[in-house]
Design a protein around this ligand. Structure first.
Ligand code: TLP
Length: 348
């Protein structure tokens, strides 16, 4: 199977498995797991943040941040396709008592400008208008096709937010992909934000785990929230060991994943009934519109599955994500199968 459903599907590399088997462990609820402690120190150093916390999932990292930055009854300003709003089970409401204020990005890139954000902020409004408590940004932006927010845009949004005493949380599930595409350090992309979550289990290929980073006092509080959510793990150094390998080794492979995504997008753009602009594919996510094929995305994905290619249908679009378990040959095979499933369908 050529599995392009997500970069979460990767299997641990041999080096990760070895490190997991050899990991020194302890009870992390007592802060005594040396491998987790090392991973947290290493992540904080790399991102130039005061502290880091190992969390089981990206969703837990994001929602812990939302909880800590806001008060019940506040709004979280977020791009309308943001993961925190669309794919995290309304936890921002159920747990933090907040509501999303989704904002459309006018150029379709998913990367908001300050002007777009500022139109959605509420301060000093009438007392019955919910005030803004947080701005959440996402880099790379998953549902916008892996688009990236530049360092300058991140700085601009964060500086202006801070002038208004508003915190900014960065959902950097794939921040290493963004950093690779922009030729920036992850620290430069994360520095302006008050908190950042990044995933070890996406483009970096670790089997489990994400990191939440911020100031020390914030991370101390986050540890308690993690426990509240049932995320206090014990000898999870076996997982952190794979995370350390992911952090050190996996970023080197991301240019290849991005080149594979670009190739896939270019091949897809040759199909008359597929809508995609390969220029806009800069990381490892390829989202293409199939509404002119005369078939639904789900029907296309079902036929692809029979031919050994897995991809995900999202409405009238299909998402394919490249990662280290898919080679260039795999991409060429996927393209061949895509051509035979949708290639000759006429425009409608
Ligand atoms: N994304 C998953 C699905 O939920 C869509 C995927 O396959 O891409 N932020 C972003 C930007 C994400 O893409 C994801 C996962 C998360 C947060 C949540 O991470 P997990 O799945 O670890 O809770």
């Amino acid at each position: 199977m050529i599995d392009l459903r997500s970069d979460t599907v990767t299997k641990p590399t041999p080096a990760m498995r070895r490190a997991m088997a050899d990991a020194e462990v302890g009870d992390d609820v007592y802060g005594e797991d040396p491998t987790i402690n090392l991973l947290q120190e290493r992540a904080a150093e790399l991102f130039e943040k005061e502290a880091a916390l190992f969390v089981p999932t990206g969703s837990m990292g994001n929602q812990t941040a939302v909880k800590l930055h806001t008060k019940p009854g506040q709004e979280v300003v977020i791009e309308e396709r943001g993961h925190i709003y669309n794919f995290e089970m309304a936890t921002m409401s159920a747990f933090a008592g907040t509501i999303a204020r989704p904002v459309k990005s006018n150029d379709g890139s998913g990367i908001l400008t300050w002007d777009e954000i500022s139109g959605a902020l509420h301060f000093n409004s009438a007392y019955y208008v919910a005030p803004t408590g947080l701005i959440a940004i996402e880099n790379s932006h998953n549902l916008a096709g892996g688009s990236v927010m530049s360092r300058e845009r991140t700085e601009d949004i964060c500086t202006r937010a801070h002038e208004r005493n508003l915190p900014v949380h960065l959902d950097g599930a794939r921040i290493f992909n963004a950093a690779t595409a922009l030729n920036e350090s992850v620290a430069n992309l994360a520095r302006p934000a008050d908190s950042v979550m990044f995933c070890l289990s996406k483009g970096l290929g670790a089997p489990v785990g994400s990191m939440l980073l911020g100031e020390k006092a914030f991370i101390d509080e986050a540890r308690a929230i993690r426990k509240m959510l049932g995320g206090g793990m014990r000898q999870a150094g076996v997982l952190a060991a794979a995370g350390l390998i992911a952090l050190e080794e996996s970023p080197k492979g991301l240019p290849e994943d991005h080149a594979n995504a670009k190739r896939l997008a270019e091949g897809l753009a040759e199909l008359p009934s597929v809508r995609i602009d390969p220029e806009k594919v800069v990381t490892n996510i390829v989202i293409f519109d199939v509404s002119e094929t005369g078939q639904t995305a789900d029907a296309i994905c079902a036929q692809l599955r029979e031919r050994g290619v897995l991809a995900s249908g999202f409405g009238s679009s299909i998402r394919a994500v490249t990662h280290y378990d898919v080679s260039r040959d795999g991409i060429e095979t996927a393209l061949r199968e895509l051509r035979s499933v949708i290639g000759n369908t006429p425009h409608v």
